[in-house]
Ligand binder design. Structure first.
Ligand code: PLP
Length: 385
């Protein structure tokens, strides 16, 4: 893809990359090309853009992909029906039976399930590692290691991994570094610039940004890898529809302003939680005492909208807090304009129960939205009282 907006700033690219006014009608906004197929001028005579069938390519999806590539600073992007579809295509492209992958020891539960319950059936092995411990990652590498899978910040414990250091380890081992950039978004962190081979997103979260669409994305500057991803996506069919692509593209336009506001509000919430007598620990990479703060400050523009904390009184106390908030809605997912609260042990990360990735049972996770910060802090203080 050639990006005519490449020299512009992030906010400009979010609004213009891949989004020229429609040449036929002048439509300022990319239309929703709600079509499964495209007329041909004679057999094999594809018209402008080379569109043939919407599983393979669709103009609304192409606009989204061009914008995603531009924002992540990559040459190519592919959009998917979900973040897990993007993870599935990545892993099935990178590993074969007998291969090995390193995953975070607090990976997103769905990623862990895919590796532990599905890929394991095909003879792929994995090792969960605390990724902030660079020596532990180096020690876990085997001759069969084909990928190091990174989340930073991690879900739900907000652990931080040094992307540049892990890229060095992966490349020394001739393995690929995949970074799930869902929590940080390209506005706060650019993994490809730090040496990652592939950036993955659940666009369901901050990129879509309004909790109204499920989607995923892969971005890479490696031409060969991109071709393999595109081949498998077309073969397997895990594509988003035109309307979902359009909703995600609309979300991207406001990503920068939303991420700044999410970060502002999260900082206010963290300030209230750290001094609260019923809160035993706050997980937020913006805190100086957070073990990954220095690395986060080096590789992130700001620290984002995700905050986790543990409460005195164990699991029941954590469940009570989740039940009592009024503005923080009790729900899975994250990254929307509205604030959400959840209990990872019983909800998003239930699949890790009994494994090395099990999360603390007194843990509460917040996706801090862009409402008034005063209202959010008050809601939490009432729930904790
Ligand atoms: N990666 C992370 C960090 C996530 O939080 C999620 C979902 O919560 C996924 C991947 C999977 O994305 P999706 O739910 O869009 O399939």
């Amino acid at each position: 893809m050639t990006d005519s907006t490449a020299r512009h700033g992030f906010e400009t690219r979010a609004i213009h990359a891949g989004q020229e006014p429609d040449p036929h009608t002048g439509s300022v906004i990319v239309p929703i090309y709600q079509t499964s197929t495209f007329a041909q001028d004679g057999v094999g005579g594809l018209r402008a853009g080379g569109y043939e069938y919407s599983r393979t390519a669709n103009p609304t999806r192409s606009a989204l992909e061009e914008c995603l590539a531009s924002l992540e600073g990559g040459r190519h992007a592919l959009a998917f029906a979900s973040g897990m579809a993007a993870s599935d295509i990545t892993l099935r492209t990178l590993v074969r039976p007998g291969d090995h992958v390193i995953i975070p020891d607090d990976a997103y539960g769905g990623t862990f399930r895919l590796v532990d319950k599905v890929l394991s059936q095909w003879g792929v092995e994995h090792t969960p590692v605390h990724l902030s411990d660079v020596d532990a990652v180096r020690a876990a590498v085997r001759p069969q290691t084909k990928a190091i899978w990174v989340e930073t910040p991690t879900n739900p414990l907000l652990g931080i991994a040094d992307i540049a250091a892990l890229a060095g380890i992966a490349h020394d081992a001739e393995a690929r570094l995949v970074v799930d950039n869902t929590f940080a978004t390209p506005y706060l962190q650019s993994p490809l610039g730090l040496g990652a081979d592939v950036v993955l997103h659940s666009t369901t979260k901050y990129l879509g940004g309004h909790s109204d669409v499920v989607g995923g994305a892969l971005i890479t500057s490696d031409d060969e890898l991109h071709e393999k991803f595109a081949f498998l996506r077309n073969a397997a069919g895990s594509v988003p529809g035109p309307f979902d692509s359009w909703l995600t593209l609309r979300g991207l336009k406001t990503l920068a302003v939303r991420m700044d506001r999410h970060s502002d509000n999260a900082e206010r919430v963290v300030e209230a939680l750290v001094s609260h007598p019923k809160v035993t620990r706050v997980y937020y990479p913006g805190l100086v005492e957070h073990g990954g703060h220095e690395v986060a400050a080096k590789q992130m523009r700001r620290f984002g909208g995700m905050v986790s904390f543990t409460v005195a009184g164990g699991e029941q106390a954590a469940l009570d807090v989740c039940a009592r908030t009024k503005l923080f809605t009790l729900a899975e997912s994250l990254g929307g304009i509205e604030s959400l609260i959840e209990h990872p042990g019983k909800m998003t990360h239930a699949s890790t129960a009994g494994s090395a990735l099990q999360v603390p049972d007194d843990l509460v996770r917040l996706s801090v939205g862009i409402e008034s910060a005063d209202d959010l802090v008050e809601d939490l203080l009432v729930a904790l009282a």
